[in-house]
Design a protein around this ligand. Structure first.
Ligand code: BES
Ligand code: ZN
Length: 458
Protein backbone atom coordinates (compact mmCIF):
# COMPACT_ATOMS: atom_id res chain seq x y z
CA UNK A 1 0.00 0.00 0.00
CA UNK A 2 2.75 2.43 0.97
CA UNK A 3 4.38 1.94 -2.43
CA UNK A 4 1.15 2.55 -4.27
CA UNK A 5 0.60 5.70 -2.26
CA UNK A 6 4.14 6.97 -2.84
CA UNK A 7 3.69 6.34 -6.57
CA UNK A 8 0.41 8.28 -6.58
CA UNK A 9 2.02 11.21 -4.77
CA UNK A 10 4.92 11.30 -7.24
CA UNK A 11 2.69 10.94 -10.30
CA UNK A 12 0.37 13.77 -9.25
CA UNK A 13 2.92 16.24 -8.00
CA UNK A 14 2.69 18.74 -10.85
CA UNK A 15 -1.06 19.09 -10.34
CA UNK A 16 -0.64 19.29 -6.58
CA UNK A 17 1.76 22.20 -7.02
CA UNK A 18 -0.69 24.03 -9.26
CA UNK A 19 -3.40 23.61 -6.66
CA UNK A 20 -1.12 24.81 -3.88
CA UNK A 21 -0.33 27.89 -5.98
CA UNK A 22 -4.05 28.70 -6.17
CA UNK A 23 -4.24 28.58 -2.39
CA UNK A 24 -1.15 30.77 -2.02
CA UNK A 25 -2.53 33.40 -4.41
CA UNK A 26 -5.31 34.28 -1.96
CA UNK A 27 -4.13 37.10 0.34
CA UNK A 28 -5.80 35.85 3.53
CA UNK A 29 -4.16 38.32 5.91
CA UNK A 30 -6.21 37.93 9.07
CA UNK A 31 -5.06 41.12 10.78
CA UNK A 32 -6.23 43.45 8.00
CA UNK A 33 -9.86 44.56 7.61
CA UNK A 34 -9.29 45.27 3.92
CA UNK A 35 -8.47 41.58 3.43
CA UNK A 36 -11.61 40.27 5.13
CA UNK A 37 -13.32 39.20 1.90
CA UNK A 38 -10.14 37.51 0.67
CA UNK A 39 -9.76 35.71 3.96
CA UNK A 40 -13.28 34.33 3.60
CA UNK A 41 -12.56 33.41 -0.02
CA UNK A 42 -9.58 31.43 1.21
CA UNK A 43 -11.81 29.51 3.63
CA UNK A 44 -14.26 28.78 0.80
CA UNK A 45 -11.47 27.67 -1.52
CA UNK A 46 -10.06 25.37 1.14
CA UNK A 47 -13.43 23.79 1.93
CA UNK A 48 -14.12 23.29 -1.78
CA UNK A 49 -10.73 21.67 -2.18
CA UNK A 50 -11.41 19.33 0.73
CA UNK A 51 -14.56 18.23 -1.08
CA UNK A 52 -12.64 17.62 -4.30
CA UNK A 53 -10.35 15.15 -2.55
CA UNK A 54 -13.27 13.28 -1.02
CA UNK A 55 -13.90 14.86 2.39
CA UNK A 56 -17.09 16.33 3.72
CA UNK A 57 -16.36 19.99 4.38
CA UNK A 58 -18.04 23.20 5.40
CA UNK A 59 -17.20 26.79 6.22
CA UNK A 60 -18.55 27.83 9.61
CA UNK A 61 -18.86 31.45 10.71
CA UNK A 62 -17.40 32.70 13.96
CA UNK A 63 -17.21 36.12 15.63
CA UNK A 64 -14.18 36.69 13.43
CA UNK A 65 -12.86 34.82 10.41
CA UNK A 66 -14.60 31.57 9.48
CA UNK A 67 -13.39 28.08 10.33
CA UNK A 68 -13.16 25.25 7.79
CA UNK A 69 -14.29 21.90 9.17
CA UNK A 70 -13.74 18.77 7.11
CA UNK A 71 -14.01 15.09 7.91
CA UNK A 72 -13.95 11.52 6.75
CA UNK A 73 -15.44 9.16 9.31
CA UNK A 74 -15.73 5.94 7.40
CA UNK A 75 -13.81 3.74 9.85
CA UNK A 76 -15.96 3.22 12.93
CA UNK A 77 -13.94 1.38 15.57
CA UNK A 78 -10.68 2.98 14.42
CA UNK A 79 -9.19 6.01 16.15
CA UNK A 80 -9.92 9.55 15.02
CA UNK A 81 -7.26 12.19 14.56
CA UNK A 82 -7.94 15.90 14.47
CA UNK A 83 -5.62 17.81 12.17
CA UNK A 84 -5.37 21.52 12.96
CA UNK A 85 -3.93 24.16 10.65
CA UNK A 86 -4.44 27.79 9.73
CA UNK A 87 -5.25 29.33 6.38
CA UNK A 88 -4.58 32.90 7.49
CA UNK A 89 -1.21 34.54 6.93
CA UNK A 90 0.84 37.43 8.26
CA UNK A 91 0.91 40.74 6.36
CA UNK A 92 3.36 40.81 3.46
CA UNK A 93 4.99 44.12 4.47
CA UNK A 94 7.56 45.36 3.67
CA UNK A 95 6.63 44.44 0.08
CA UNK A 96 9.64 46.12 -1.48
CA UNK A 97 11.96 43.62 0.15
CA UNK A 98 10.35 40.70 -1.66
CA UNK A 99 12.19 39.41 -4.74
CA UNK A 100 8.91 38.16 -6.24
CA UNK A 101 5.33 39.23 -5.51
CA UNK A 102 4.24 37.77 -2.14
CA UNK A 103 0.97 36.42 -3.47
CA UNK A 104 2.36 35.13 -6.75
CA UNK A 105 3.95 31.77 -5.94
CA UNK A 106 7.39 31.60 -7.55
CA UNK A 107 9.58 28.50 -7.75
CA UNK A 108 13.35 28.85 -7.75
CA UNK A 109 15.14 25.53 -7.58
CA UNK A 110 13.63 23.61 -4.69
CA UNK A 111 12.18 26.73 -3.07
CA UNK A 112 8.61 27.92 -3.44
CA UNK A 113 8.34 31.60 -2.52
CA UNK A 114 5.02 33.07 -1.33
CA UNK A 115 3.45 34.44 1.83
CA UNK A 116 2.00 31.45 3.65
CA UNK A 117 4.13 28.92 1.74
CA UNK A 118 5.44 27.43 4.97
CA UNK A 119 3.28 29.19 7.59
CA UNK A 120 0.93 27.47 7.24
CA UNK A 121 -0.79 26.86 3.90
CA UNK A 122 1.89 24.61 2.42
CA UNK A 123 2.00 22.52 5.56
CA UNK A 124 -1.71 21.84 5.96
CA UNK A 125 -1.97 21.34 2.21
CA UNK A 126 0.54 18.50 2.53
CA UNK A 127 -1.99 16.75 4.81
CA UNK A 128 -4.73 17.27 2.24
CA UNK A 129 -2.56 15.65 -0.41
CA UNK A 130 -1.68 12.73 1.86
CA UNK A 131 -5.40 12.22 2.51
CA UNK A 132 -6.09 12.45 -1.22
CA UNK A 133 -3.43 9.83 -1.91
CA UNK A 134 -5.18 7.35 0.39
CA UNK A 135 -8.66 8.11 -0.85
CA UNK A 136 -7.72 7.94 -4.53
CA UNK A 137 -5.64 4.77 -4.29
CA UNK A 138 -7.55 2.75 -1.68
CA UNK A 139 -10.93 4.44 -1.76
CA UNK A 140 -10.73 4.88 2.01
CA UNK A 141 -8.58 6.18 4.85
CA UNK A 142 -6.88 3.89 7.36
CA UNK A 143 -8.53 5.76 10.25
CA UNK A 144 -10.99 8.59 10.83
CA UNK A 145 -9.81 12.10 10.14
CA UNK A 146 -11.27 15.46 11.14
CA UNK A 147 -9.70 18.73 10.03
CA UNK A 148 -10.04 22.13 11.58
CA UNK A 149 -8.46 24.95 9.58
CA UNK A 150 -8.83 28.33 11.19
CA UNK A 151 -8.38 31.88 9.92
CA UNK A 152 -7.14 33.64 13.05
CA UNK A 153 -4.02 31.85 14.25
CA UNK A 154 -1.77 34.75 13.36
CA UNK A 155 -3.84 37.06 15.54
CA UNK A 156 -3.94 34.75 18.55
CA UNK A 157 -7.02 32.63 17.70
CA UNK A 158 -9.52 34.93 19.49
CA UNK A 159 -12.68 33.23 18.18
CA UNK A 160 -11.51 29.65 18.43
CA UNK A 161 -12.14 28.81 22.10
CA UNK A 162 -15.83 29.69 21.73
CA UNK A 163 -15.97 27.75 18.47
CA UNK A 164 -14.44 24.68 20.12
CA UNK A 165 -16.87 24.99 22.98
CA UNK A 166 -19.80 25.02 20.58
CA UNK A 167 -18.55 22.12 18.44
CA UNK A 168 -16.80 20.13 21.13
CA UNK A 169 -18.67 16.87 20.55
CA UNK A 170 -18.37 17.00 16.83
CA UNK A 171 -14.62 17.57 17.12
CA UNK A 172 -13.98 14.76 19.63
CA UNK A 173 -10.80 12.90 18.73
CA UNK A 174 -8.03 10.62 20.01
CA UNK A 175 -5.03 12.65 18.88
CA UNK A 176 -4.28 16.13 17.69
CA UNK A 177 -1.90 16.48 14.73
CA UNK A 178 -0.43 19.83 13.73
CA UNK A 179 2.02 20.75 11.01
CA UNK A 180 2.77 24.41 11.72
CA UNK A 181 6.26 24.17 13.16
CA UNK A 182 9.76 23.57 11.90
CA UNK A 183 12.39 20.93 11.37
CA UNK A 184 15.58 21.20 13.35
CA UNK A 185 17.39 21.62 10.06
CA UNK A 186 17.29 20.34 6.51
CA UNK A 187 17.78 16.59 6.47
CA UNK A 188 16.61 16.12 10.07
CA UNK A 189 12.91 15.30 10.20
CA UNK A 190 11.55 16.54 13.49
CA UNK A 191 8.92 16.05 16.13
CA UNK A 192 8.45 19.16 18.24
CA UNK A 193 7.77 18.33 21.86
CA UNK A 194 7.02 21.78 23.16
CA UNK A 195 5.91 25.29 22.27
CA UNK A 196 6.16 28.45 24.31
CA UNK A 197 3.16 30.49 25.32
CA UNK A 198 2.89 34.23 24.88
CA UNK A 199 1.72 37.38 26.58
CA UNK A 200 1.50 40.45 24.35
CA UNK A 201 1.07 44.13 25.33
CA UNK A 202 1.09 47.61 23.92
CA UNK A 203 2.10 50.50 26.15
CA UNK A 204 0.91 53.98 25.22
CA UNK A 205 2.75 56.83 26.92
CA UNK A 206 1.80 60.50 27.04
CA UNK A 207 3.92 63.16 28.64
CA UNK A 208 2.17 66.38 27.55
CA UNK A 209 -0.89 67.59 25.63
CA UNK A 210 1.06 68.09 22.44
CA UNK A 211 4.63 67.95 21.12
CA UNK A 212 6.72 70.81 22.51
CA UNK A 213 9.61 72.93 21.25
CA UNK A 214 12.65 71.20 22.73
CA UNK A 215 14.53 74.48 23.11
CA UNK A 216 11.81 76.28 24.95
CA UNK A 217 10.79 73.40 27.19
CA UNK A 218 13.69 70.92 27.13
CA UNK A 219 14.99 70.28 30.62
CA UNK A 220 11.67 71.01 32.26
CA UNK A 221 8.99 69.04 30.40
CA UNK A 222 8.89 65.21 30.54
CA UNK A 223 9.64 63.48 27.26
CA UNK A 224 7.53 60.44 26.29
CA UNK A 225 10.34 59.04 24.12
CA UNK A 226 12.81 59.18 26.99
CA UNK A 227 10.22 57.61 29.28
CA UNK A 228 9.83 54.76 26.80
CA UNK A 229 13.58 54.17 26.89
CA UNK A 230 13.63 54.26 30.68
CA UNK A 231 10.82 51.76 30.92
CA UNK A 232 12.43 49.40 28.41
CA UNK A 233 15.75 49.63 30.25
CA UNK A 234 14.08 48.37 33.40
CA UNK A 235 12.39 45.35 31.85
CA UNK A 236 15.55 43.20 31.86
CA UNK A 237 18.92 43.50 33.55
CA UNK A 238 22.29 43.15 31.81
CA UNK A 239 22.29 39.43 32.46
CA UNK A 240 19.05 38.98 30.57
CA UNK A 241 16.88 38.45 33.68
CA UNK A 242 13.36 39.80 33.37
CA UNK A 243 12.75 42.25 36.20
CA UNK A 244 8.99 41.83 36.60
CA UNK A 245 8.51 40.66 40.21
CA UNK A 246 7.25 37.08 40.36
CA UNK A 247 7.92 36.49 36.67
CA UNK A 248 9.95 33.33 37.24
CA UNK A 249 7.92 31.98 40.17
CA UNK A 250 6.17 29.21 38.26
CA UNK A 251 8.79 28.45 35.60
CA UNK A 252 9.25 24.69 35.38
CA UNK A 253 12.95 23.87 35.71
CA UNK A 254 14.69 22.07 32.88
CA UNK A 255 15.02 18.36 33.55
CA UNK A 256 18.25 16.44 33.16
CA UNK A 257 16.63 14.41 30.37
CA UNK A 258 15.65 17.57 28.48
CA UNK A 259 19.12 18.98 28.90
CA UNK A 260 20.68 15.77 27.64
CA UNK A 261 18.37 15.63 24.66
CA UNK A 262 19.18 19.24 23.67
CA UNK A 263 22.88 18.62 24.13
CA UNK A 264 22.64 15.62 21.82
CA UNK A 265 21.48 17.78 18.91
CA UNK A 266 24.14 19.09 16.56
CA UNK A 267 24.41 22.82 17.23
CA UNK A 268 27.08 25.03 15.74
CA UNK A 269 26.83 28.45 17.37
CA UNK A 270 28.80 30.25 14.66
CA UNK A 271 26.80 28.67 11.84
CA UNK A 272 23.58 29.62 13.65
CA UNK A 273 24.74 33.23 13.94
CA UNK A 274 25.84 33.34 10.30
CA UNK A 275 22.56 31.91 9.10
CA UNK A 276 20.50 34.69 10.63
CA UNK A 277 23.20 37.36 10.37
CA UNK A 278 24.01 37.95 14.04
CA UNK A 279 27.17 39.50 15.45
CA UNK A 280 26.53 38.27 18.97
CA UNK A 281 24.24 36.02 20.93
CA UNK A 282 22.45 37.44 23.92
CA UNK A 283 20.31 35.92 26.61
CA UNK A 284 19.85 34.75 30.11
CA UNK A 285 23.09 33.87 31.84
CA UNK A 286 23.66 30.23 32.68
CA UNK A 287 21.66 28.73 29.81
CA UNK A 288 22.61 27.41 26.39
CA UNK A 289 21.23 29.01 23.24
CA UNK A 290 18.75 26.18 22.64
CA UNK A 291 17.61 26.34 26.27
CA UNK A 292 17.13 30.11 26.00
CA UNK A 293 14.99 29.72 22.89
CA UNK A 294 13.00 26.65 23.85
CA UNK A 295 12.52 26.29 27.58
CA UNK A 296 13.30 29.64 29.17
CA UNK A 297 10.87 32.55 29.09
CA UNK A 298 11.89 35.76 27.33
CA UNK A 299 10.81 39.32 26.86
CA UNK A 300 11.16 41.31 23.67
CA UNK A 301 10.27 44.73 22.41
CA UNK A 302 8.41 44.10 19.16
CA UNK A 303 7.78 47.70 18.19
CA UNK A 304 8.70 51.20 19.24
CA UNK A 305 7.49 54.59 18.10
CA UNK A 306 8.02 58.13 19.28
CA UNK A 307 8.88 61.63 18.13
CA UNK A 308 10.08 62.80 14.78
CA UNK A 309 11.18 60.01 12.44
CA UNK A 310 11.18 61.89 9.11
CA UNK A 311 14.04 63.38 7.15
CA UNK A 312 16.52 65.72 8.81
CA UNK A 313 16.31 67.17 12.29
CA UNK A 314 13.32 68.48 14.17
CA UNK A 315 13.76 69.92 17.64
CA UNK A 316 10.78 68.58 19.44
CA UNK A 317 9.82 66.90 22.69
CA UNK A 318 7.49 64.07 21.74
CA UNK A 319 4.26 64.02 23.70
CA UNK A 320 3.61 60.39 22.88
CA UNK A 321 5.41 57.08 22.67
CA UNK A 322 4.30 53.55 21.96
CA UNK A 323 5.97 50.28 22.88
CA UNK A 324 4.87 46.83 21.80
CA UNK A 325 6.26 44.20 24.09
CA UNK A 326 5.72 40.48 24.39
CA UNK A 327 6.92 37.70 26.62
CA UNK A 328 7.29 34.08 25.58
CA UNK A 329 6.17 31.83 28.38
CA UNK A 330 7.17 28.31 29.35
CA UNK A 331 5.34 25.45 31.06
CA UNK A 332 3.58 26.31 34.31
CA UNK A 333 3.62 30.07 33.74
CA UNK A 334 0.07 31.41 33.80
CA UNK A 335 -0.56 34.17 31.23
CA UNK A 336 -3.15 35.79 33.50
CA UNK A 337 -0.73 36.00 36.42
CA UNK A 338 1.97 37.33 34.10
CA UNK A 339 -0.47 39.89 32.77
CA UNK A 340 -1.17 41.28 36.20
CA UNK A 341 2.46 41.19 37.32
CA UNK A 342 3.65 42.90 34.15
CA UNK A 343 1.02 45.62 34.25
CA UNK A 344 1.68 46.38 37.91
CA UNK A 345 5.42 46.54 37.25
CA UNK A 346 5.25 48.88 34.24
CA UNK A 347 2.92 51.17 36.17
CA UNK A 348 5.51 51.31 38.93
CA UNK A 349 8.46 52.07 36.62
CA UNK A 350 6.69 54.65 34.46
CA UNK A 351 8.40 57.98 35.21
CA UNK A 352 6.51 60.69 37.04
CA UNK A 353 4.42 62.99 34.91
CA UNK A 354 3.86 60.40 32.19
CA UNK A 355 0.48 58.78 31.63
CA UNK A 356 0.48 55.10 30.82
CA UNK A 357 -2.20 53.12 29.02
CA UNK A 358 -1.73 49.35 28.90
CA UNK A 359 -3.38 47.36 26.14
CA UNK A 360 -3.36 43.58 26.31
CA UNK A 361 -3.62 41.70 23.03
CA UNK A 362 -3.26 38.05 23.81
CA UNK A 363 -2.09 35.40 26.18
CA UNK A 364 -1.57 31.71 25.68
CA UNK A 365 -0.16 28.86 27.70
CA UNK A 366 2.94 26.89 26.72
CA UNK A 367 2.66 23.28 25.64
CA UNK A 368 4.80 20.25 26.30
CA UNK A 369 4.12 16.77 24.97
CA UNK A 370 4.61 13.34 26.47
CA UNK A 371 6.55 11.33 23.88
CA UNK A 372 5.65 8.00 25.45
CA UNK A 373 2.30 8.08 23.63
CA UNK A 374 2.34 5.30 20.99
CA UNK A 375 1.56 7.77 18.20
CA UNK A 376 5.00 9.33 18.68
CA UNK A 377 6.74 6.09 17.79
CA UNK A 378 4.54 5.78 14.70
CA UNK A 379 5.44 9.35 13.78
CA UNK A 380 9.18 8.68 14.13
CA UNK A 381 8.88 5.67 11.82
CA UNK A 382 6.80 7.59 9.29
CA UNK A 383 9.25 10.52 9.32
CA UNK A 384 12.18 8.19 8.80
CA UNK A 385 10.44 6.56 5.84
CA UNK A 386 9.27 9.85 4.35
CA UNK A 387 12.58 11.67 4.72
CA UNK A 388 14.93 8.72 4.59
CA UNK A 389 16.78 10.07 7.63
CA UNK A 390 16.82 9.71 11.38
CA UNK A 391 14.20 11.80 13.21
CA UNK A 392 14.93 14.17 16.10
CA UNK A 393 12.91 15.45 19.03
CA UNK A 394 13.13 19.20 19.60
CA UNK A 395 11.22 22.06 21.18
CA UNK A 396 10.23 25.37 19.58
CA UNK A 397 10.28 28.92 20.86
CA UNK A 398 7.20 29.96 18.88
CA UNK A 399 3.58 29.67 19.92
CA UNK A 400 0.45 28.08 18.53
CA UNK A 401 -2.01 29.64 20.94
CA UNK A 402 -4.79 27.05 20.80
CA UNK A 403 -2.72 23.90 21.37
CA UNK A 404 -2.99 23.85 25.13
CA UNK A 405 -6.71 24.53 25.08
CA UNK A 406 -7.34 21.75 22.55
CA UNK A 407 -5.25 19.08 24.26
CA UNK A 408 -6.96 19.76 27.58
CA UNK A 409 -10.43 20.06 26.13
CA UNK A 410 -10.23 16.77 24.25
CA UNK A 411 -7.97 15.03 26.75
CA UNK A 412 -5.49 14.12 24.01
CA UNK A 413 -1.85 14.47 23.12
CA UNK A 414 -0.61 16.68 20.30
CA UNK A 415 1.85 15.62 17.67
CA UNK A 416 3.68 18.55 16.12
CA UNK A 417 5.04 17.36 12.80
CA UNK A 418 6.49 20.45 11.17
CA UNK A 419 8.03 20.81 7.73
CA UNK A 420 9.47 24.33 8.09
CA UNK A 421 13.15 25.26 8.06
CA UNK A 422 14.72 27.88 10.30
CA UNK A 423 15.69 30.08 7.34
CA UNK A 424 12.36 29.99 5.51
CA UNK A 425 11.49 33.58 6.45
CA UNK A 426 8.15 32.93 8.09
CA UNK A 427 6.47 36.32 8.81
CA UNK A 428 9.26 38.06 6.85
CA UNK A 429 9.86 39.01 3.21
CA UNK A 430 10.67 36.11 0.85
CA UNK A 431 8.94 33.43 2.86
CA UNK A 432 9.48 30.10 1.15
CA UNK A 433 8.75 26.41 1.41
CA UNK A 434 11.35 23.78 0.66
CA UNK A 435 9.70 21.53 -1.91
CA UNK A 436 11.92 18.54 -1.07
CA UNK A 437 10.62 18.74 2.49
CA UNK A 438 7.09 19.17 1.28
CA UNK A 439 7.33 16.08 -0.92
CA UNK A 440 8.82 14.09 1.96
CA UNK A 441 6.15 15.55 4.24
CA UNK A 442 3.26 14.33 2.08
CA UNK A 443 4.76 10.83 2.07
CA UNK A 444 5.37 10.98 5.82
CA UNK A 445 1.81 12.03 6.60
CA UNK A 446 0.35 9.33 4.35
CA UNK A 447 2.50 6.66 6.01
CA UNK A 448 1.72 8.08 9.44
CA UNK A 449 -2.05 7.72 8.96
CA UNK A 450 -1.45 4.13 7.86
CA UNK A 451 0.61 3.34 10.94
CA UNK A 452 -1.94 4.92 13.25
CA UNK A 453 -4.65 2.84 11.61
CA UNK A 454 -2.60 -0.30 12.29
CA UNK A 455 -2.12 0.67 15.93
CA UNK A 456 -5.83 0.28 16.48
CA UNK A 457 -6.77 2.02 19.69
CA UNK A 458 -4.65 4.73 21.36
N1 BES B 1 3.77 28.68 12.78
C1 BES B 1 3.87 29.63 13.84
C2 BES B 1 4.23 29.01 15.16
C3 BES B 1 5.66 28.60 15.27
C4 BES B 1 6.65 29.55 15.12
C5 BES B 1 5.97 27.31 15.54
C6 BES B 1 7.96 29.18 15.22
C7 BES B 1 7.26 26.94 15.63
C8 BES B 1 8.27 27.87 15.45
C9 BES B 1 2.57 30.35 14.01
O1 BES B 1 1.91 30.61 12.81
C10 BES B 1 2.86 31.69 14.65
O2 BES B 1 3.51 32.48 14.03
N2 BES B 1 2.39 31.91 15.86
C11 BES B 1 2.49 33.17 16.50
C12 BES B 1 1.41 33.25 17.53
C13 BES B 1 1.12 34.63 18.01
C14 BES B 1 0.60 35.51 16.92
C15 BES B 1 0.14 34.57 19.12
C16 BES B 1 3.85 33.37 17.15
O3 BES B 1 4.48 32.42 17.62
O4 BES B 1 4.33 34.50 17.13
ZN1 ZN C 1 2.86 32.35 11.88
Amino acid sequence: MANKIDAYIAANEARHFQEMFELLRIPSVSSQKTRQAETRRCAEWTAAHCRTIGLKAEVIDTQGHPVVLAEWLGKPGKPTILIYGHYDVQPEDPVKLWNSPPFEPTVKGCKLFARGAVDDKGQFFAHLKAIEAHLKTAGELPLNIKLILEGEEEIGSPSLPAFLERHQERLANNLLVISDSGMYKKGIPTITLGLRGISYFQLNLRSCKTDLHSGSFGGAAPNAGVAAGQIIAKLKDEKGKIQVPGFYDDVRPITAAEKASFDSLPFDEQAFMDEIGLKALVGEEGYSTLERMWVRPTLDVNGLLSGYTGEGAKTVIPAEAMIKVSMRLVPDQDPEKIRQAFEAYVRRITPQGVDLEVLYFQGSVAYVADPSHPAFKAAVEALEEGFNAKAAYTREGGSIPIVNDMTRRFGVSCLLLGLGLPDENAHAPNEYLDLDNWRAGVRTFAHFYGKLGELGAF
